[in-house]
Design a protein around this ligand. Structure first.
Ligand code: 5GP
Ligand code: ZN
Length: 115
């Protein structure tokens, strides 16, 4: 955990967020600036700065992030209508928060591709 990391603070309950799911490995909360009707961030409870930093040891966490993304999509009622998962990694992808997170986005028709 890093006290200077906003997502670590949210996970610890030290900063406010609309938490939609939490277990021993991951947490999921609503993005503060949603880009679609549903925009949830799924994050590891452990501080991992970016996808480029993960190791073999993180395999269970990474698998759980995808399972929870599916669970969140069902909870939010977008599992059937469709949704998109995004991981921004590093400067060219405009990663802003350096605590790994999976964007779960849906609730209307999304455009693709981008960039
Ligand atoms: P990325 O790093 O992938 O570019 O995106 C970071 C995301 O985190 C953005 O969509 C941004 O709106 C969201 N975000 C940044 N700070 C906070 C915060 O304090 N609370 C919540 N809930 N979301 C945040
Ligand atoms: Zn963190």
């Amino acid at each position: 955990m890093s006290s200077s990391c906003i997502f670590c603070r949210i996970i610890q309950g030290e900063a406010p967020a609309q938490m939609v799911y939490q277990d021993e490995l991951v947490s999921a909360f609503r993005d503060i600036r949603p880009v679609a009707p549903v925009h949830v961030l799924v994050v590891p409870n452990k501080h991992i700065a970016a996808l480029s930093e993960v190791t073999e040891e993180d395999q269970a966490i990474l698998g759980r992030m995808l399972l929870v993304a599916r669970r969140v999509a069902e909870q939010e009622g977008i599992a059937q209508s469709g949704f998109r998962l995004i991981v921004n990694n590093g400067p060219d992808a405009n990663q802003i928060v350096y605590h790994l997170h999976l964007h779960v986005i849906g609730g209307h028709r999304l455009r693709f591709p981008m960039g």
